[in-house]
Design a protein around this ligand. Structure first.
Ligand SMILES: Nc1ncnc2c1ncn2[C@@H]1O[C@H](COP(=O)(O)OP(=O)(O)OP(=O)(O)O)[C@@H](O)[C@H]1O
Length: 251
């Protein structure tokens, strides 16, 4: 699925947070959004996953304007792993993942054997099947993050929107998550802080700073010492290992 944003503008309290952002993913591409704290990454993603309506501009899913479709239709097209997940009720991990099946159900339709099978598979995929009956609120930050990823997998959408998905995860689970989403064969847009993670897994990267796009291209094109200095005010060196993988060293 192709996701396009066209000239997205967002203001909060008379301050312009996004100043006309146009991005485009190709089908099944993993696109990273990088940029310093407060640059507008989450705000852009919120406009895409429909919790925030931009002041102007538009989002298109495969050419169809987001608000021309109902919320259920867009939830069949994209699943979200956001930064903060709170539930007011004490759901188990399995119940949280089952929520991913909701867009596929008619009103009051009960969960069936297929739904439960999909949920169990999703929990296994993120290595959280042993925690299925645990109360979500008692899980650690990283465990919660993996359950939320399982919920997104259970939603079985052609696109995933991830807001700093490796936040809270140890290195094993960071790599697990990025490998997993890379191999899903769906379109992914992800805000990413770790530039080495972005370099290793993104097909393309957009760079945001102060609500403006400052760069776009493959990791090799974008993640140069010049850009890193300009955007983050940090000196760095880009090296390639024996397998040709790029690594950014911060000096
Ligand atoms: N509801 C809001 N009201 C006022 N200001 C907001 C609101 N939401 C976000 N902002 C401001 O908009 C700017 C962009 O925030 P956003 O969360 O999009 O940045 P980010 O790039 O995702 O940052 P981080 O890397 O820290 O997660 C920040 O200065 C933030 O304080």
């Amino acid at each position: 699925m192709k996701i396009t944003t066209e000239n997205i503008r967002v203001n909060f309290q008379a301050k312009e947070i996004l100043k006309g952002i146009s991005i485009e993913t190709r089908d099944k591409e993993l696109v990273g959004i990088i940029g310093p704290n407060g640059s507008g990454k989450s705000t852009l993603l919120k406009c895409i996953y429909r919790v925030l309506k931009a002041d102007s501009g538009a989002v298109y899913l495969d050419g169809e304007e987001l608000y021309a479709m109902n919320a259920k239709s867009s939830a069949k097209k994209m699943a979200v792993v956001a930064q903060h997940n709170y539930y007011n009720f004490d759901f188990s991990a399995r119940e949280v993942v089952l929520m991913g099946r909701a867009p596929h159900k008619k009103t009051l339709e009960r969960d069936n054997a297929d739904d439960y099978r999909i949920v169990e598979e999703a929990l296994k995929t993120v290595q959280m099947d042993k925690f299925a009956d645990r109360s979500f609120s008692t899980l650690s930050g990283g465990e919660q993050q993996r359950v939320i990823l399982a919920r997104a997998l259970a939603q079985q959408t052609p696109a995933l929107i991830l807001d700093e998905p490796t936040n809270h995860l140890d290195i094993t689970h960071q790599i697990m998550l990025m490998k997993l989403v890379k191999n899903l064969d769906v379109t992914v847009i992800s805000a990413i802080h770790d530039l080495n993670i972005a370099a290793a897994y993104c097909d393309r990267i957009y760079v945001l700073k102060d609500g403006v796009l400052e760069g776009e291209g493959t990791p090799g094109e974008v993640l140069t010492p010049e850009l890193i200095r300009r955007i983050y005010k940090v000196e760095s060196e880009v090296v390639y290992d024996s397998q040709g993988k790029m690594h950014i060293l911060f000096l």
